[in-house]
Structure formats: C-alpha cells, structure tokens
Design a protein around this ligand. Structure first.
Ligand code: GSH
Length: 206
C-alpha cells in the first residue's frame, strides 16, 4: 500500500493526501515532522536527505517533493484526467504547480509563519505586511485568471487545482485584510466541496 510520511498540518503533505484521495488510492499516512519529529533518523534521512515532509513509498519507490509526488500519483492513476492528456493543458497545469511552489508559497510564508505559528508578542509587523501584500497580489492574479474558467486549466479539475487550492486555503484562512476575489472564492468553494478535499481543506490553519 502507498505510504505517506508527514504531519497533516503541512501544506505539502496536504497536497499529497488530497491527490491520493482524489485518485482513490488507498494509503497509510505516518505522522512525521513538526511536533512528531522523526526527520533526523538515519532511516528517514535515507528516504529524504532534505529532512522534510512529505515522502512517499509506493511499492519500494521512494519519492520526495510534494508537487513531484502529486504529478507521479496523478500520472500513474489519473492519466488523462487529473494529469491532463493534452500536452498544452498539461503544461498549463504544470506551470501553475510551479507557480504555487516558487511564487505563491514563498510569498505567503512569512505571513503564515508569523500569524499562525509565532506568538503575538514576537511577531514582526513589517515582515507580515510585506508578505500579506505579496500574497494579495498573487491572489488577484488568480482572480483575473479565473475569469471564464471553472478550474485553473479550464473545464476540468487537475493537479494544478490541488497545489494552488491548498495554498489558497492558507490565504483564505489567514487573519488578514483581503481584496475582493469573487471568482477565486467561487473556485475555492467548487474545489473544497469535492469529497477528496475533506480532511484537507476542512482543516483549520495550524
Ligand atoms: N519543496 C518541498 C518542501 C517540503 C517542506 O518544506 N516541508 C516542511 C513542511 S511544509 C517540513 O518538512 N518542515 C519540517 C517539519 O515539518 O518538521 C515539498 O514541496 O515537498
């Protein structure tokens, strides 16, 4: 059975769990990282020398990097649908996954770490303000993109909606002032109502 290592409060673990649930692939998840620790053991470091979660073991195939895992699972179990068969739709989905990992997530990181994981009296307001401004800019970019699109690549739910959707869940859960984003909100409603999103997008930020 597919094994996933990682605490569910990690956005990167959430993406992998959501993908497995969407694909109806049975899996066993082992808590690791954060308060659970376990990332420094020789066994874990052999699987992921970065000492980070998530990692999967799929019948002996070990893989780390959440978006790579989501792509692997989708191409193995959901080729043509979750992992689009059409080359350009697939490139589009792939692009949004890269954007999530290299733009949307890093831009939001300080706001998330400060507002959710740092005691109020130790927060850095300038760091928060800069990160909130970046996150809101990214959210507005998404808002524009979602004009006339049900999902990020058009009519169908793909891996892109998982990666960007998990990040949008964070943005919408932060105690910040947000610009109006009706299309983003409608898309988020659509994806969060999927059965596969239960236990992932239903989690409070922690
Ligand atoms: N690029 C990696 C990032 C992995 C990562 O940063 N994981 C964090 C949790 S989101 C982690 O393992 N932090 C240490 C910990 O949880 O103890 C991925 O997408 O998988």
């Amino acid at each position: 059975m597919l094994k996933i290592w990682g605490r569910i409060s990690s956005i990167n673990v959430q993406k992998v769990v959501w993908a497995a649930q969407e694909l109806r692939v049975p899996f066993e998840r082992q808590d690791a990282g954060g308060k659970f620790g376990g990332l420094d053991t020789p066994e874990y470091v052999r699987m992921n020398p970065n000492k980070l979660v998530p990692v999967i073991d799929d019948d002996g195939f070990i893989l780390w990097e959440s978006n790579a895992i989501v792509r692997y699972l989708a191409s193995r179990h959901g080729a043509g649908e979750l992992w689009p068969g059409d080359l350009r739709t697939r490139a589009d989905a792939d692009r949004w996954m890269d954007w999530q990992a290299t733009e949307f997530a890093p831009g939001m990181r300080d706001a998330f770490m400060q507002l959710i994981r740092t005691p109020q009296d130790q927060r850095d307001d300038d760091l928060i303000a800069a990160s909130v401004a970046r996150s809101n800019r990214h959210a507005l970019l998404l808002e524009d993109w979602l004009y006339n699109r049900d999902y990020l690549t058009g009519k169908a739910f793909t891996v892109a909606d998982i990666a960007v959707g998990a990040q949008a869940h964070r943005w919408l859960g932060l105690p910040i002032e947000r610009p109006e984003t009706p299309r983003l909100q409608a898309w988020y409603q659509r994806i969060s109502q999927r059965e596969s999103a239960q236990g992932v997008l239903t989690l409070p930020l922690a």
